[in-house]
Design a protein around this ligand. Sequence first.
Ligand SMILES: *Cc1c(COP(=O)(O)O)cnc(C)c1O
Length: 354
Amino acid sequence: MSRFWSQAAQRCEPYVPGEQLNQPGIIKLNTNENPYSPSPAVVEAIETEAANQLNLYPSPTVDQLRERIADANELTKENVFVGNGSDEVLAFSFMAFFDQGKAIRFPDISYSFYPVYARLFNIPFKSIPLRDDFTIPAEAFFQSDGGVIFPNPNAPTSVYLELEAIKNIANQNPDQVVIIDEAYIDFASGSAVSLIHDYENVLIIQTMSKSRSLAGLRVGYALGNAELISGLTRIKDSFNSYTLDRLAIAGAVEAINASDYYVNITAKIIATREWSFSEMRKRGFTVLPSQANFLFATHASFPAETLYVKLKEAGILIRYFNKPRIENYVRITIGTDKQMQQFFHALDKILSCV
Ligand SMILES: *Cc1c(COP(=O)(O)O)cnc(C)c1O
């Protein structure tokens, strides 16, 4: 604490991301990154852009990328907001749609950035307990005072909420914004994006960090009706005119164009997930039904924290959260088939030592 800090700087409790160790040979299954490279066309577009025009500011309205994202979702660019990673889009959404003094709701087990933003912007919140099977109890989100936000599929649980339940939540919050954070939606059975035509209070947030293999480029976006989008634009333009740089814009446009490539690697990750799911169960784990690029699992006789520590010693990073209700769970990002085989090899050695 410093006497020079503003109240916001004093009040906030910064988010702690998963470890980013730069050890050669380490297998990283801890931050839900994509194990495959981005499309070569994306890298080429970034290189071409880097060779040109970096002396000039990028577009403040990012029309080209917004148009491409709009086309891909059968929308218009007035329905699309882009930002520097979906984390920034989330932060702007808190500023644009949630107010001090009116409690918002999100699940007790959820993306840990939500309480961080709430504290930073001084927005009260109610965390809603997930059911014992870690599904979202939709009714508990009805008639909120200040708005609703949750990931779908949820993180770190990987559990998916059906569209009907999301419609009910939107119907029961007619005067509040309902934000669906679809960071993992390409690994799941279906997006709620179609709802934005019928529900003016629904905002969908997606990212290029997971299914598009571009965590390092920092591109996220929001889809919603034009009024919500212009609310976000007002906040952004009061903050930074150029949140996306030229390289990010060029790469992200190509990532939308290269959809065949991404459909293919997404299918591979889903196949590896299903195989890994059954391999975990064979070893006595309880694994939640996953519609994401990670598994959330617990073992009746082997403590999760020990597992995390022992795997790290073996050069494999997974995620462990020392938090109520999930302190005996681990989250394992789906890697390539080869990485998962190495993971199970290390896991067998650890489990056989008990
Ligand atoms: C990874 C993740 C994000 C953030 O993604 P970026 O676009 O990389 O900022 C947002 N929400 C959830 C639930 C995530 O898991």
